[in-house]
Design a protein around this ligand. Structure first.
Ligand SMILES: NC(=O)C1=CN([C@@H]2O[C@H](COP(=O)(O)OP(=O)(O)OC[C@H]3O[C@@H](n4cnc5c(N)ncnc54)[C@H](O)[C@@H]3O)[C@@H](O)[C@H]2O)C=CC1
Ligand SMILES: CC(=O)C(C)=O
Length: 259
């Protein structure tokens, strides 16, 4: 299985799952455009990609701003000489109960998790069409895109929305040879979960670490997920072995949510 020489853009690549995906796809042979709000972090990941023998560029961009996402895709093509796969990975969490969440808070997370994913779909699909080539679009959903979780209700709504966009885009873009799929991780030990656990403690009074431990204790395979676990599945979605798959959002969660 190889994506040797392909150009892949990964958003939210500065840390956590996005960094894991960038490094895995570099090991698979791809050149990587690393996109994140945090310039310092993507520069460090770029050094790691280069140490694996692949090319890497960094683009500081906010995925919630449509023009910045289109500019990032153009820059990736210009500097790396092609454009084959986008991984719309960047996202934020929000731990609030439904009765107190504000309009501003709802708008912010929808702008990043949903609109940001839509801009990535638009920018990548436009580029594939302009280049008259096939391409792959891969979006970050979640277990929370298959089940609404208490205190993660608006976050869950955004991840259900990502699945809706994935299905609709797959139908609209299949005729152009563009596939659109999503990955749905479970409990991955990144900074996002540190923040969720802290906010859960504030909301419920649970001791720090207790919410994370409770979630992990529900995983059939008996351990928290790592970015590498997610990246291994994204490697499949990015490569030719998934060519006959589109519009899907499989769970890769160690056995936590069963559908
Ligand atoms: N950590 C987990 O357990 C799970 C995470 N996910 C999803 O996976 C994706 C990655 O999650 P993690 O690596 O855990 O998160 P993280 O919080 O560790 O890293 C997210 C990265 O995205 C960047 N980012 C945030 N907003 C951005 C914006 N507007 N524009 C550009 N970059 C931005 C951040 O700077 C950061 O580098 C997210 O979409 C998340 O919802 C899904 C299921 C489980
Ligand atoms: C962060 C996330 O997607 C959860 C709650 O699993």
């Amino acid at each position: 299985m190889s994506i040797n020489g392909k150009v892949v853009l990964v958003t939210g690549a500065g840390q956590g799952i996005g960094r894991g995906i960038a490094l895995r796809l570099a090991r698979d042979g791809a050149d990587i455009a690393l996109v994140d709000l945090n310039d310092d972090k993507i520069k460090l990941v770029a050094e790691e990609v280069k140490a694996l023998g692949r090319r890497a560029i960094t683009i500081k961009a906010d995925i919630s701003v449509r023009e910045e996402v289109f500019a990032a895709v153009n820059e990736a093509e210009k500097q790396l000489g092609g454009f084959d796969v986008i991984v719309n990975n960047a996202g934020i969490s929000q731990t609030k109960n439904l009765l107190s969440v504000t309009q501003q808070e709802v708008e912010k997370i929808f702008q990043i998790n949903v609109q940001g994913t839509l801009w990535g779909i638009q920018a990548a699909a436009s580029k594939f069409k302009e280049r008259k080539q096939k391409g792959k679009i891969i979006n970050a959903s979640s277990i929370a895109g298959h089940e609404g979780f208490a205190l993660l209700g608006i976050y869950s709504a955004t991840k259900f929305s990502v699945r809706a966009l994935t299905q609709a885009a797959a139908k609209e873009l299949a005729a152009f040879g563009i596939t659109v799929n999503a990955y749905c991780p479970g409990v991955v030990g990144t900074d996002m979960w540190v923040e969720i656990d802290k906010r859960m403690s504030e909301e419920t009074g649970a001791p720090l670490g207790a919410t994370y431990d409770k979630y992990v204790s529900g995983i059939a395979l008996g351990r928290a997920e790592t970015p590498d676990d997610v990246a291994a599945f994204v490697s499949y979605l990015a490569g030719p072995d998934s060519d006959y798959m589109t519009g899907q959002a499989p769970l890769i969660d160690g056995g936590l949510v069963f559908r």
